[in-house]
Design a protein around this ligand. Structure first.
Ligand code: ADE
Ligand code: ZN
Length: 324
């Protein structure tokens, strides 16, 4: 079964490129760019990855991202992740990036985007991996700042398929970004949002009603409300669930307590994803394997999860011909 999981073709729909920054690359970029890190060596970095909730992770994640300075740095970061995709039989990936994390440090939007884009092009040629880019707004910042970021993205509109919403969830509800999501929809972007990761299931209803998203990122708190569970089943909207992230950030104490199997059995369109693999101890296959081992998924359920990943992707009908 482990061979089967490792070799089944998959799509990944929830991956923060900044969250794929491995400690080794963090250290070498810090040296190259003369950035001071609060760690003496790689082991100290790894030891620091002991999180109590989402915010305790985000604090280290934003600090780690400071080593990314040049276009080549963003290229190297992205290409390293794409090499992992190739090894893990990920044929298609939809990658989040957080421009504000970088523009607020004086890095040009174009430096970030062009570095990532070049790596995606090279992986398409070298590994035949297809990809889409999703630009996320940081929800701890203002809607006005999100509007400025949307403005900067317009020059690169053809390179960005969707707009997303991430960072500190509690206290920053989807309603805070209603206007900017409306504008993004008018401009033709697809929409996603992190909702119901550690905040109330009500945030999922808000993301659906006020932001009109095409997918929900995480969404595991839906289990708190039967009516919402029925709604998600009826809509067949995808939830991009990230099991190792959820246990590392203490959304669930153990993988045995994770609700992904319950949601799958209920008929909700769930997918498995890695979120920030360099911080949470595993890429996509490790997430599949952890769930399989803890919750005893059947082979049919593994196949269903892999199918859901392609069916819920933003690959267009025309592009789908390439997979047949
Ligand atoms: N940014 C990177 N990973 C995230 C997560 N799991 N939740 C919210 N924002 C994030
Ligand atoms: Zn995420």
């Amino acid at each position: 079964m482990l061979d089967f999981i490792n070799n089944i073709p998959k799509a990944e729909l929830h991956l923060h490129i900044e969250g794929s920054l491995e400690p080794e690359l963090m250290f070498s970029l810090a040296q190259k760019n003369n950035i001071k890190l609060p760690y003496k060596n790689i082991q100290e970095v790894k030891d620091a990855y002991n999180f109590t909730n989402l915010q305790s992770f985000l604090d280290l994640y934003y600090n780690g991202a400071k080593v990314l300075i040049t276009q080549q740095d963003f290229y190297d970061l992205t290409f390293e992740y794409l090499k992992k995709c190739h090894k893990q039989k990920i044929l298609h990936t939809e990658i989040f990036f957080d421009p504000q994390t970088h523009t607020h440090r004086g890095i040009e939007f174009s430096t970030v985007l062009n570095g990532i884009k070049q790596a995606l092009n090279d992986a398409k040629n070298e590994f035949k991996i297809s990809s889409k880019l999703i630009m996320c707004f940081l929800r701890h910042l203002s809607q006005e700042d999100a509007f400025k970021t949307l403005e900067q993205a317009l020059e690169f509109k053809e390179d960005i398929i969707a707009i997303g919403l991430d960072s500190s969830e509690i206290g920053n509800p989807p309603s805070k970004f209603e206007k900017v999501f409306k504008k993004a929809k008018e401009l033709g972007f697809k929409l996603v949002a992190h909702a119901g990761e550690e905040a109330s299931y009500e945030y999922i209803n808000e993301a659906l009603d006020l932001l009109e998203v095409n997918r929900i990122d995480h969404g595991v708190q839906a289990i708190q409300n039967e009516q919402l569970m029925k709604r998600l089943k009826q809509m067949q909207i995808a939830l991009t669930v990230c099991p190792l992230s959820n246990t590392k950030l203490k959304v669930f104490e153990t993988m045995q307590e994770h609700n992904i199997k319950k949601m799958l059995d209920f008929g909700i369109n769930v997918t498995i994803n890695s979120d920030d693999p360099a911080y949470f101890g595993g890429y996509l296959n490790e997430n599949f394997i952890a769930v399989y081992k803890a919750l005893d998924l059947s082979k049919q359920q593994i196949i269903q999860l892999a199918k859901n990943s392609f069916n819920s992707s933003f690959i267009s009908i025309e592009e789908k011909q390439d997979y047949i």
